[in-house]
Design a protein. Structure first.
Length: 366
């Protein structure tokens, strides 16, 4: 059997702590700065160790985080077998959760990779998106984040007006309609004259809101242009035919999921979306279902929720299914909403997978 160097790494913004072991040997602990020069030192250390031990492979694992996939790219570029693990799929004891340290995290990852190399255990590795998908994600994700900031600003504006007793009259209608914005402008001119500092604060919030709304429109135009590229246009064209699904929902779905063929069935997709119920079973007790797991990208659940409400309002069949589920348990309408989200996600997957395969969109991606 060829010798294998195994590495479990706890990666942070400023440093990387690794536990390195050759086979079943006692692991060595090393720490490196997480910058270009520090990572280069780490790579030289691993290459030198491979030469000295005559190992045939180096297997390196670390947990997925906000640092992205740059470390993965560098390691695979020098011939290291690198895997990025899903933190939610790594089992940890209660003791470990209470005494969580970097060395303990690195050792736990080393134990996982040892089990994979020496015993053939399955790694809880995530799918690594290609560079184009990563780039497209950045644009779509920032659009979702801008939308969240707009919601927060609107809530701050309404709260400030309420604190000053300036509640909108009934004839104004819904918040942020054209009439509501006119009423808001009138309050800026007249209603806040006795509150000079609060008026300045309100003016600041309104300026921020207008700037973000303009940025949102700019990003929408850029995402629309992206949706018309060869990589997305055939799929988006089919997805937007589904009621409730717009350009943004389709693009969030495609950029977050990438290659749809990596899901073998709808259960795998539902689990990835975090729309599968959690399960509790012990001893002789029957399997009990809890709340959904909330695993996977929250941005995708957000747009699926919005699209599902639109479908319930506009699609008679969807409305009938929603009403039937609500009738079973009127006090827990969220169950019906989650079911609608899951159905929509699965339908979008079927449509998108068919088009991706027909167009060969991911066939050329290694």
């Amino acid at each position: 059997m060829n010798k294998v160097i195994m590495v479990g790494a706890d990666v942070h913004d400023k440093n990387i702590l690794v536990k390195v072991s050759l086979g079943k040997e006692q692991p060595r602990e090393k720490s490196f700065a997480n910058n270009c020069s520090g990572r280069e030192v780490m790579y030289r250390y691993l290459m030198r160790m491979r030469e000295q031990t005559g190992a045939g492979r180096i297997v390196f694992v670390y947990e997925a985080s906000a640092i992205g996939f740059g470390l993965y790219d560098e390691l695979t570029g020098i011939g290291v077998d690198c895997y990025v693990l899903a933190p939610t799929n790594i089992t940890r004891s209660v003791r470990h959760r209470r005494r969580k340290t970097d060395p303990a995290d690195a050792l736990r990852l080393l134990e996982i990779v040892r089990g994979h190399v020496l015993a053939g255990n399955e790694l809880p590795a995530i799918w690594i998106p290609d560079q184009a998908t990563r780039e497209d994600r950045e644009l779509v994700r920032i659009r979702i984040d801008v939308g969240k900031k707009i919601v927060v600003l609107k809530a701050q504006i309404v709260a400030l007006l309420n604190r000053k007793g300036l509640r909108k009259p009934a004839e104004v209608g819904k918040n942020w309609s054209v009439r509501h914005r006119r009423w808001l402008g009138k309050n800026l001119e007249e209603g806040m004259t006795q509150y000079p500092r609060s008026r300045q604060a309100l003016e600041s919030l309104v300026r921020q809101l207008r700037a973000l709304e303009e940025e949102e429109r700019t990003l929408d135009r850029e995402i629309l242009a992206l949706s018309k590229t060869h990589r997305y246009q055939p799929v988006v064209k089919e997805l937007v035919r589904l009621k409730g699904v717009g350009i943004l929902t389709a693009m969030v779905f495609l950029t977050e999921l990438g290659d749809l063929s990596r899901f073998g069935n709808r259960r795998e997709l539902g689990a990835y979306l975090g729309l599968a119920p959690s399960s509790y079973e012990s001893g002789e007790r029957n399997d009990r279902k809890g709340h959904i797991t909330h695993d996977g990208p929250y941005r995708l659940r957000k747009v699926l929720c919005q699209a599902s409400w639109s479908r319930v309002r506009t699609d008679p069949d969807e409305k009938q299914v929603y009403a039937r589920i609500v009738a079973r348990n009127p006090k827990k309408k969220k169950i019906a909403v989650v079911a609608a989200m899951r159905r929509l996600g699965i339908r979008m997957w079927h449509v998108g997978l068919r088009v991706q395969q027909e167009e060969g969109i991911f066939a050329q991606v290694a």
